[in-house]
Ligand binder design. Structure first.
Ligand SMILES: C[S@@+](CC[C@H](N)C(=O)[O-])C[C@H]1O[C@@H](n2cnc3c(N)ncnc32)[C@H](O)[C@@H]1O
Length: 325
């Protein structure tokens, strides 16, 4: 029963985020009639909606007044430092493709081609995607910075670095580090503004291009970070990227691959297995890999000291690192 109705919870939450209910309630607690009036909702439906959000612990109610609960206040109010509403809006946009999962299962083709959200074809959508990645990366990046000791390292290449958030956070932690973000041109154009806003324009450079172009990666690196990229690619492409990362690194250089990974066999954790399906809906080679396979690919490419670590819970990510001899 819980599985068959899990979308009730998603859609109640995502609709509240889309309507900016949490932004509205951040100003003042409001009763259902006032919320209905401000958001142009039917008043009876609005009361059911607000009560469901109380049930989900997103809102609290004091008499007739509804207010944001602690999680909503921390993560769902636009303009606050840990705002994740843009990242959740991305998930909201995938609701319809998930409803059509059967089509992607039959064809193997993504319901949402990457050109729709990573190019100039739809600049507003690409902007929203990159801002969503940035919001999420601000949270996850705090953990990455703690896991990845780059003391003494000076040059970082961030392959598929997206919004540049991880590069900026890592440069913030390590004063001698500079970074280059390699990503698609339309993504870099948005990321430049994000990095400048984080005060790191002097230390984070951009190399607009494709990591699939068959060319070498910019060389002379101390660290190559490949985060959130392998889930878009086949094992063949992942192996190719690992070998090109090895070529780009100086001896003693560090390769760090971060992603949502499964255990061997691909079925657990359940979130990671479902994430593989989500990636197939949005990228032609979208899938999920096992971290044990990535570790083996790195060892096969000549990396030593290969190590795998989970991000702190509840984050589903894992980090595989290796050192070029
Ligand atoms: C899920 S995001 C990961 C962003 C960031 N590294 C992170 O971990 O949050 C995947 C990134 O890969 C980039 N990407 C996809 N295909 C690419 C390609 N062929 N060349 C360069 N970047 C690509 C996307 O634009 C996107 O920024």
């Amino acid at each position: 029963m819980a599985l068959s109705t899990a979308y009730w919870e998603s859609q109640t939450f995502l609709t509240a985020n889309r309507l900016n209910l949490f932004g509205l309630l951040a100003e003042d607690p409001l009763d259902a009639a006032t919320v209905a009036e401000r958001l142009s909702l039917d008043s009876t439906a609005a009361r059911l909606f607000l009560n469901a959000l109380v049930g989900l612990d997103l809102l609290v109610r004091d008499g007739e007044a509804y207010a944001n609960g602690p999680a909503a206040a921390a993560f769902l109010v636009p303009g606050t430092p840990h705002y994740l509403g843009n990242a959740f809006r991305y998930a909201d946009g995938l609701y319809a493709p998930w409803a059509d999962l059967e089509k992607t299962l039959a064809s193997g083709d993504p319901a949402v081609p990457p050109a729709d959200y990573l190019t100039d074809a739809d600049p507003a959508r690409t902007h929203a995607f990159v801002m969503g990645m940035h919001g999420r990366a601000l949270g996850i990046g705090t953990a990455l910075v703690g896991l990845l000791d780059l003391t003494g390292r000076q040059r970082l290449l961030d392959v598929g670095g997206g919004p540049g958030t991880y590069s900026a956070l890592l440069c913030g932690r390590h004063p001698e580090l500079t970074a280059t973000v390699l990503d698609l041109p339309a993504v870099c154009a948005v990321a430049e503004g994000i990095v400048a806003g984080m005060g790191m324009a002097e230390r984070v450079a951009f190399a607009p291009g494709s990591y699939l172009d068959g060319l070498g990666l910019p060389d002379g690196q101390d660290v190559v970070l490949i985060s959130g990229v392998f889930h878009r690619e086949t094992p063949t492409t992942c192996n190719d990227l690992i070998r090109r990362a090895a070529d780009a690194l100086e001896p003693g250089g560090l390769l760090a691959v971060a992603d949502v990974f499964t255990d061997p066999g691909g079925a657990t954790p359940a979130f990671a297995a479902l994430f593989g399906l989500n990636m197939r809906l949005t990228a032609p080679d979208g899938q999920v890999h096992a971290d044990a396979d990535v570790a083996r690919w790195m060892a096969d490419a000549g990396f030593g000291q290969v190590d795998t670590r989970p991000f702190p819970p509840p984050m589903p990510h894992r980090l595989v690192t290796g050192v070029k001899p």
